[in-house]
Design a protein around this ligand. Sequence first.
Ligand SMILES: [Zn+2]
Length: 237
Amino acid sequence: MTIIGLHELQIIDSQMSRLNHDLESWEEKATLDQLVTRLSELEGLEGKFNNVLAKDQQDQKRAEDSIAVLTAKIEKEEKKLYGGQISNPKELKGIENEIISLKKRRDEEETILLTVIEKVEKIAADSSKIKKTLQTVSAEVDSLRSRLEELSTEINGQLKDLEAQRIEVLATVSPDSLKLYDKVRKESMGLAVVELDGSTCTGCRMELPASELEQDIGADQFRRCPHCRRILIKKKN
Ligand SMILES: [Zn+2]
C-alpha cells in the first residue's frame, strides 16, 4: 500500500486548494468589482451627457444662424429706409413696421440663445467633472487589474509546479488507493489523509479507542478514523 504517497498527495492537494482559495478570495476583488460597475455607470452617464450636449450645441448653432439671418434682413431693410431711394410715406411706414417685427423676432432668438448657452456651459462643466472621475476610476481599475494579474501569474506558477509534483506522486499510488483517497476527500472537505497524534485523529480531534489502535489492520488496508473515516498516517516524531 502507498500511504506515504497518499500523504504526499494530500499535502500537495491541500497546497493547491489553498492557492486556488487565495486567488478566489483575493481581498481586493470586491473593490475591483465595485469599481468596474462604477466605471460602466460613469461611461453610460458620459454618453448621455455627450448626447444632451450635442443637442444643445445644435440648438445654439440654430439660434446663432437665425440671429445672423435676421440681422442681415434688418440691415437690408434699414438701408432701404434710410437710403433715400424710397419716398412714398406708406411704403416707408411698411419698411419701418417690418424692421420692428424683425427686431422683435431677433430679441426672442437672443433670449433663446442666452438660455441655451447657459445650459451648454453647465453641461460642459458637469461633463468635464464626469470625465475626470472616469479617468480616476479607470486608473484605479487598471492598477487593481494589474495587481490581480501579478497575483494570478505568481499563483499559477506555483500551481504548475505542484501539478508536476502531483504527477510524480501519482505514479507511486495504486489506482485503488487513489479511488479511496478521492472518495474520502470528497466526503471530508478536501482532507482525506490526516496524522494520528498519539491516539488523536488530527482530522476530527477525536481520540481513537485503544482497541482500535491495537487492531492489526493488515498490509493491504489503511487505518481509518472510526469517527470521521479519514485515512490516518502516524505522526512523525
Ligand atoms: Zn477523525
